[in-house]
Design a protein around this ligand. Structure first.
Ligand SMILES: N=CN[C@@H](CCC(=O)O)C(=O)O
Ligand SMILES: [Zn+2]
Length: 433
């Protein structure tokens, strides 16, 4: 190492899971903690991490361009939000009364509302409008401590409108300091023009939309809403296999409301992740474990839909030794929040996860759900220098003290992008100003 671009020192508590691969079962509790720590960053990557005095000694004869003192604050790996519907037009507060009066989520969709209401707003929006709105949400996520975000399409449901959403996600990735990872989810709902003709819509996705998405390199993953009244297991299988042929890695919205068999399908296809899983059977969970699928749990969704039922996180961790990940599921209907810190609190309250498991689920396991465990998700030498600085005395304080934002600052690719609770750069190539 010739030169250190940024030395982050005065870290009261540095907490990180270890490794490049998903942490399974009891491993999720194993967090490395260094008190009075420092991190040296070179060319956007972590060059040294350890007790402050050791790091300072090792740097004795090395040029340091910039040093920042975080004054005893806690530092974690930059958080990863691996399941969002970031790019969409409009919002759905007009459905709030309906929801609160007890009309089920799938009934609202069957009546032409829900996802289809957002489809109408998304189709009506220009690319620039979608970009501006999603950018504001990305800024919220950044200020919550997130450094990498997944974004799904699925509110366009025509060739042009799906491409429009995915192009917006690509432009956000190119221009916003956070990394945005794209997933094609044309099979999110059956649009009105195909009502009663789901097979024909599946054919459209497979024969026309998917090839174009792949040709333009607009997505890494392919996702399907595998649910009663939306896409069956067989239809989901056809779409995800077609996606695989185009090089898109499968993800599945599986067994959210009914135990349809989505988790089993995720195992069968070797999906990288299976999402929601509130209604997953033991057989389904065993299939995830057998095939190394990451369960992505979304406790904000069950909370916001007022469900008494929660994903079986304890069974997943203790019995099936799965590598649980957590995410906001940010979307305009079932979970309109960008706050990963709220999700941490709900994971503690409703999923009975420990603070250590929650950190693992929001870092290395979430990174693994995006195929990025080798690059992000831990604070270790060689990893991308994505760090979140919290005004928090310890890890348990994050899910404990809820309803406020604990983020003090964020470092992305070795550049300070937020400091003193304020975004300091809004470009991809940022630095402390
Ligand atoms: N369940 C399906 N899709 C989204 C919700 C989308 C919406 O309601 O707009 C989810 O993951 O919760
Ligand atoms: Zn979703």
């Amino acid at each position: 190492m010739k030169c250190v671009d940024l030395l982050v020192t005065g870290i009261g508590r540095l907490v990180t899971p270890p490794g490049n691969v998903p942490r399974c079962g009891q491993e999720m509790k194993e967090i490395r903690e260094i008190t009075d720590a420092a991190v040296a960053i070179s060319q956007g990557r972590i060059a040294l991490v350890g007790p402050k005095q050791e790091v300072h000694d090792l740097l004795a004869s090395i040029e340091i361009t910039e040093t920042i003192d975080v004054c005893g604050r806690m530092v974690t790996p930059g958080l990863v939000d691996p399941h969002t519907h970031l790019v969409h037009g409009g919002s759905r507060e007009h459905e709030l009364a309906l929801k609160r009066s007890g009309v089920p989520y799938l009934d609202i969709l069957a009546q032409g509302g829900g996802i289809l209401s957002s489809m109408t707003s998304t189709r009506a929006a220009t690319e620039q409008e979608l970009y501006d709105k999603a950018r504001r949400s990305l800024n919220e996520m950044l200020m919550n401590g997130v450094t990498t975000v997944e974004a799904k399409s699925g509110y366009g449901l025509t060739l042009e409108d799906e491409l429009k959403q995915l192009r917006v996600a690509k432009r956000l990735n190119d221009t916003h300091p956070l990394d945005v990872v794209s997933t094609f989810m044309g099979a999110h709902a059956v649009p009105p023009e195909y009502k009663g003709h789901t097979e024909a819509f599946v054919d459209l996705i497979i024969n026309e939309i998917l090839p174009k998405v792949a040709e333009e390199g607009l997505a890494e993953f392919c996702d399907v809403f595998c649910e009663h009244g939306v896409f069956s297991v067989e239809q989901s299988r056809r779409i995800l296999l077609a996606g695989k042929r185009h090089g898109l890695v499968p993800k599945i919205h599986a067994d959210e409301i009914e135990p349809l068999g989505g988790a089993g399908l995720a195992g069968e296809l070797g999906a990288i992740s299976a999402e929601h899983l509130l209604a997953a059977t033991d057989e389904g969970l065993a299939a995830l474990a057998k095939h190394g699928v990451v369960p992505v749990l979304l406790p904000g969704t069950s909370f916001n839909l007022g469900l008494a039922k929660h994903a079986r996180a304890r069974d997943m961790i203790d019995k099936y030794e799965l590598p649980v990940a957590l995410s906001t599921d940010y979307n305009p209907g079932s979970c309109p929040t960008e706050s990963i810190q709220l999700i941490m609190m709900l994971a503690s309250l409703n999923l009975k996860m420990t603070p250590e498991e929650i950190l693992t689920a929001c870092t290395i396991n979430a990174a693994a759900a995006l195929g990025r465990g080798h690059d992000i998700g831990t604070i270790e030498v060689g990893k991308r220098a994505d760090l979140t600085i919290f005004d928090s005395p310890n890890l348990a304080y994050l899910p404990y003290h809820f309803g406020v934002n604990h983020t003090f600052g964020v470092i992305k690719n070795g550049s300070v992008i937020a400091w003193n609770r304020t975004i300091v750069t809004s470009n991809k190539e940022g630095a402390l100003q």
